[in-house]
Design a protein around this ligand. Structure first.
Ligand code: NI
Length: 268
């Protein structure tokens, strides 16, 4: 595991940019609108399967060894997901949102496909420094991918993309000229980027202390065991946080909003 937070996030960011070319363009666009000041990453999100050895508890060790602490817990029953967020005592470090698919709630057919994939993994690799941006550790056919897709978009995304940051998030609070999420959205749309409109372009609001929007994932080729198919990869998110009654900015997440953000990787 990494012993330096910056090394871990640099690895995650480089891997993410390689399969999310629009993120690089948006990063440059927002930086130009920020007088070239560096953007602040509010959080990243990671996905996994709730299977011992690669469950949230297992992969979160990459963050807890760096001082991160498990904070909020979130339930997405309709998507068969659990999630937790992790925070660092240094508020300038990004938060980490990690979800896991409750594989044992899927159909027998989907469970068999996922276990066949995961059974080929050497779990010792989970502790290696680059694991969180190592992608897939299995071969899967396009047919099996499509079987998973019929039942769980999340399962299909994991089968195709594996372990890597699903998104990075621009902290709108730290932008110096675009101070409202709606203004960021307007700029993105006028620059040709497609936003996720599931549940509305902006999920959440001041009353839940968090407003979020995101692009739709880029389309990138995935090599299956029998075929190459172009599929949604990763997306970019934008978050504006609002103060709690104590004056501190809310640092958690809002399950109803996150539920719709997951749909940024939906296959059309
Ligand atoms: Ni997010």
């Amino acid at each position: 595991m990494h012993t330096d937070i910056n090394d871990l996030f640099t690895g995650l960011w480089q891997d993410y940019l390689a399969i999310t070319p629009s993120a690089n363009k948006i990063h440059s666009l927002l930086k130009a609108h920020n007088q070239q000041a560096e953007l602040v990453n509010d959080h990243i999100a990671l996905r996994t399967f709730a299977i011992p050895g690669i469950a949230v508890n297992d992969i979160a060790k990459h963050f807890t060894v760096l001082g991160y602490v498990q904070s909020g817990e979130y339930d997405f029953s309709s998507k068969k997901l659990n999630a937790w967020h992790y925070q660092h005592p240094d508020p300038n470090q990004p938060k980490v949102f990690i979800s896991e698919l409750k594989v044992n709630e899927l159909s027998t057919a989907s469970q068999a496909i996922i276990h066949a994939m995961v059974d080929t993994m050497d779990f010792n690799v989970v502790k290696s420094a680059g694991f969180l941006y190592s992608g897939t550790h299995w071969q899967v056919s396009e047919a099996d991918y499509r079987t998973l897709l019929c039942e769980s978009e999340y399962a299909a995304w994991m089968a195709a993309w594996g372990f890597r940051a699903n998104h990075f998030t621009v902290s709108v609070n730290h932008l110096n000229s675009l101070t409202e999420l709606s203004a960021v959205n307007t700029l993105l749309k006028s620059s040709g980027f497609t936003l996720n409109t599931a549940g509305g372009e902006i999920k959440g609001n001041e009353s839940v202390c968090l407003a979020q929007s995101s692009t739709m994932a880029d389309m990138m080729p995935v090599q299956f065991s029998d075929n190459t198919v172009t599929l949604p990869s990763c997306f970019y998110e934008f978050a504006q946080r609002f103060p709690l009654p104590n004056g501190q900015l809310y640092q958690g997440f809002v399950a109803a909003s996150a539920d719709k953000i997951f749909e940024s990787t939906n296959v059309n």
